[in-house]
Design a protein around this ligand. Structure first.
Ligand SMILES: Cc1ncc(COP(=O)(O)O)c(C=O)c1O
Length: 539
């Protein structure tokens, strides 16, 4: 590394100058915050705490704290006003990291069964840590050379499981599945309604109204994207689901035809590969045939389930994927890397440049050279973008696809076993056969008044979240709340699921007792469950 000969810098790097002299020389700049030795000390504090955290395989739920209390606690850990500050307070750093680690969701515990982000492969976290220190944003090759190269390599690696012709498709990384859905739908709109980008809604006067078609269970980000794109809720054509909560293929043509007859032009159909609610997979091949016959772009929201492609045993869930136009795939879900890491694939590389059209002389070149040709900024929304591929690429480079396939297969099998356990429990009702690693069910004890069925599930979920050993979620299925588990952690085995059912039973029965007591005291019968659970007041 070149040394700089400025006097100040010599003094700073010399061993004779005291800390205060050095800081003095730089007008009070806190050089200790940039000191490589302090960096090592800080990192060692963090690593030893994380090692302990990762080694703890106990069943831990969420310690849900009253936000006011946590705010107070966090405020007390903030620096004193400038001037009264000493050197680095290692003790305080330790306290802050402890607070961070122990509050919030415990993704590495077998008690964590509630959401779709995962306990990460720790090595991916290590790479993320390096990424944060070297800070090489990855929209531009000049800033993040290896991340851009890694994106290209991972595009080819993952496309082996999709099956598009080499060199003709494109993959970008972007900040989350929601943004990937929006970006793909924007590319679709600009492709099918080419004047919209420059003329806006004026381009449409006298034309059929642009519309999108989505399955009943599409993620809310798809509806949000329709709003952002100026499509409007009224132009969202909802395709009904069949009994397995997939888009009902028999209903697609008639629904699209009815939309056309109403004066709508459906330009994009969004299918799901792994719905958020129950993990259902739409029939992609059949949808592609219908969509393309009608000149409709087929986008697949595979943020949750696209990872199943890497498993020989499970790939068939996405049969027909080679025929779709675009695919959103969250690696921060079932590829077990830290959020955010989302991949957006386009079958046709040229169309990946259709989402955004800008000129900006400070970054974009009219005539790309060998370097700028490698930039992705014209395809992705972000200007500065985290080098999110690095964790995934390093895992892939060192372990290969089996690391992911094995864990995904384990989690899906475990969910199947959990379903079998429920089938043997007369007081529990499974709501579907699991397609992947999501399972929804209800606790329906014989002493539950039937009209309280939905409220009861919500009350159980909230009570467990507040004080239980598990973290689960809830979702409405056909308008009625249900309990939902998402198996994201290979530390969970079937005994943990059975323990969860015992906890649900215990918590459920005590809620029923409270409701009965409240009713007998003539309280408003719904009051007990509608009131928010009181949260912890200590942390
Ligand atoms: C099916 C589906 N689509 C989109 C999203 C949004 O993805 P992200 O949270 O990465 O923005 C989710 C999130 O859970 C999802 O399940």
């Amino acid at each position: 590394m070149n040394s700089v000969s400025a006097d100040g810098l010599r003094a700073v790097s010399g061993t004779d100058a005291s800390e205060s002299e050095r800081v003095e020389q730089w007008g009070g700049l806190r050089l200790d915050a940039f000191d490589p030795k302090a960096f090592r000390t800080n990192a060692e504090i963090a690593v030893s705490k994380l090692e302990r955290y990762l080694a703890d395989s106990s069943i831990r739920g969420l310690t849900l704290t009253d936000p006011e209390i946590l705010l107070e606690k966090a405020r007390a850990l903030m620096a004193e006003p400038e001037g009264r500050l000493g050197g680095l307070d290692e003790h305080r750093l330790g306290e802050i990291l402890d607070l961070y680690i122990r509050t919030g969701i415990q993704v590495h515990s077998p008690g964590y069964m509630g959401r779709q982000f995962s306990g990460v492969v720790p090595l991916a976290g290590v790479v993320d840590f390096v990424s944060s220190v070297v800070n090489q944003p990855s929209s531009f090759y000049e800033a993040g050379q290896l991340p851009r190269v890694a994106e290209c390599l991972m595009a080819d690696e993952l496309n082996r499981f999709i099956g598009w012709p080499q060199g003709r498709f494109a993959m970008i990384t972007t900040s989350g599945g929601s943004l990937a859905n929006l970006t793909a739908m924007l590319a679709a709109r600009n492709d099918k309604l080419p004047r919209f980008w420059s003329e806006g809604a004026f381009a449409l006067s006298g034309q059929p109204r642009p519309a999108i078609a989505v399955g009943e269970d599409a993620h809310y980000s798809v509806h949000r994207a329709a709003g952002i794109l100026g499509i409007g809720d009224d132009q969202i054509v909802v395709l009904p689901c069949n009994g397995r909560r997939q888009i009902d293929i028999a209903a697609v043509q008639p629904t699209l035809q009815a939309a056309e007859d109403r004066g709508l032009k459906v330009f994009c159909l969004v299918a799901s590969a792994g719905t958020t609610s129950i993990g259902a997979f739409d029939s992609l091949g059949e949808l592609a045939a219908i969509a393309h016959a009608r000149d409709i772009w087929l986008h697949v929201d595979g943020t949750h389930g696209a990872s199943l492609l890497v498993s020989d045993a499970l790939r068939h869930k996405l049969e027909g994927i080679e025929d779709v136009d675009s695919l959103a795939w969250d690696a921060h879900k079932m590829m077990f890397v830290p959020a955010m890491c989302t991949l957006l694939f386009y079958k046709n590389k040229e169309k990946s440049y259709g989402a955004f059209v800008q000129e900006a002389s400070y970054v974009f070149e009219k005539a790309p050279d060998v370097v700028t040709e490698f930039d992705s900024a014209e395809q992705n929304f972000e200007c500065t973008k985290r080098p999110m591929i690095m964790g995934l690429w390093v895992l892939w480079a060192l372990y290969g696809p089996r690391l992911f396939a094995e864990k995904i297969e384990y989690l899906c099998q475990l969910t199947g076993k959990a379903h079998a356990v429920l089938e043997d429990e007369p007081e529990f009702a499974a709501l579907h056969e699991p397609e992947a690693n999501i399972l929804c069910f209800r606790y329906v004890p014989s002493n539950l008044p039937h009209h309280r069925l939905g409220d009861f599930q919500v009350a159980i979920r909230n009570r467990i979240r507040k004080e239980g050993r598990f973290f689960i979620s809830k979702v409405d299925i056909e308008g009625l709340a249900a309990l939902r588990v998402v198996m994201m952690n290979h530390r969970i085995h079937i005994g943990h699921f059975q323990a969860l059912l015992r906890e649900i039973r215990t918590v459920g029965q005590s809620i029923l007792k409270e409701w009965a007591a409240a009713a007998s005291e003539n309280e408003w019968a719904f009051g007990a469950c509608r009131q928010p659970e009181r949260l912890r007041t200590s942390v």
